[in-house]
Design a protein around this ligand. Structure first.
Ligand code: ATP
Ligand code: MG
Ligand code: ZN
Length: 362
């Protein structure tokens, strides 16, 4: 799998999460490392990756600059080859109970085998039972000096305040499409294959800020195509069942021009091409929302976390000037009902057709 092969082995290879890396590097270079960290954030954004990097750097015999490990000493190699005895990774989703935490406590009381520190990474820590959580809390109150805990979770709101007050918390961010694109491009080059930029961008946009999802999608595309030829954007759309990025502005163009026949044709062509109508409608609603946000204030769009492509932004800008807020709100509510109607419609494309007729009329 590409995502394992391209897991960063140094801090400098991590994409984004600068706030986390900077603080950790600072702690590593000054030797002021905490005993308990909490890594929160969406899946596939680097929590486990950075936990391992921290573990390696803590025990590396030959640190290089900025707290980064050398990846060549015995302790680093052991971590990279998943055979380190000083890095203990526990999946709390499948080891939820008090017994696991008790054995963790026992193991924590024994000194590290090779390096200086013993590092416990507890993934999905929110899944622990109440008793297990309390037992963990006890350990966090008085952690042995040679132990570092890294708790990771995608659901920080489920973590008790008593735990929160004993850990240093880092909130991981979703990666924006440009960051994801850059890493995909790097992998494609390293894999000596060729994929159109637009195709890579489509993968980046579809991954919702989770780099692992994007890398898994890329593996899928490469596996389903003939590597000897350049992989086209169409190949990407086809192998992932994605909706081409230009479909939304095209459809909106027909609606804005009140071109009923072309809009209806468009829906049927899209349906015939095998695109899921529900999926298309959701995407279209999301697209309309971006334009609406843009009419309110371009800065709002950035603050709600959407990073847009230049070309996308140009089209959105144009529409946010030709369509009024009222029109956009009407469009949104009509397509929201169309989406609702799809649940009971015997004909998948019918709710969209009705939406077009309601908007464009006779
Ligand atoms: N910030 C990042 N920089 C570079 N690669 C990343 C980053 N985030 C994720 N990846 C890629 O995705 C893979 C999975 O990342 P990781 O296991 O660190 O995610 P996670 O946040 O722990 O996710 P989960 O919540 O599902 O456990 C990595 O092996 C790497 O290839
Ligand atoms: Mg993880
Ligand atoms: Zn090392």
């Amino acid at each position: 799998m590409l995502y394992r092969k391209y897991r960063p082995v140094t801090f400098s290879e991590v994409v984004g999460q600068e706030h986390v890396i900077k603080t950790l590097q600072g702690a590593l270079t000054t030797g002021r490392v905490g005993h308990a960290y909490l890594f929160c954030g969406p899946r596939g954004t680097g929590k486990t990756t950075i936990a391992r990097l921290l573990a390696k750097s803590l025990n590396c015999e030959q640190k290089i600059k900025d707290g980064d490990c050398d990846n060549s000493c015995q302790t680093c190699l052991a971590v990279n080859q998943n055979r380190s005895l000083d890095l203990i990774e526990i999946d709390a989703a499948s080891n939820r109970g008090i017994d696991e935490i008790r054995s963790l406590k026992e193991s924590a009381s024994v000194a590290a085998s090779g390096g200086k520190y013993k590092i416990f990474v507890i993934d999905e820590v929110h899944a622990l039972t109440k008793d297990a959580f309390n037992a963990l809390l006890k350990i966090l109150e008085e952690p042995p000096a040679h132990v570092v805990f890294i708790l990771a979770t995608t659901e920080p709101h489920k973590i008790l305040p008593t735990v929160l007050s004993r850990v240093q918390r880092f909130d991981f961010k979703r990666l924006n499409p440009k960051q994801t694109f850059a890493k995909l491009k790097y992998i494609v080059k390293a894999e000596k294959t060729e994929i159109d930029d637009e195709g890579l961008m489509a993968i980046a946009m579809s991954s919702d800020g989770a780099l692992r999802d994007a890398e898994v999608a890329l593996s899928k595309v490469i596996a389903s195509c003939d590597r000897k030829n350049k992989i086209s954007t169409e190949n990407v759309y086809e192998s992932l069942g994605l909706i081409p990025l230009n479909y939304y502005p095209e459809f909106l163009g027909h609606l804005a021009a009140s071109d009923k026949n072309t809009a209806l044709d468009f829906i049927n062509k899209t349906y015939a091409a095998g695109i899921d109508m529900d999926h298309f409608t959701s995407g279209f609603i999301e697209y309309l929302r971006k334009i609406l946000m843009h009419t309110i204030n371009p800065a709002v769009l950035v603050s709600v976390g959407e990073e847009l492509l230049e070309q996308d932004l140009k089209i959105i800008l144009a529409y946010s000037q030709t369509l009024t807020q009222q029109q956009l709100i009407r469009l949104l509510s009509i397509f929201m009902s169309a989406k609702e109607g799809m649940k009971s419609s015997p004909i998948p494309q019918l709710p969209l057709e009705l939406a077009v007729l309601e908007l464009v009329g006779k």
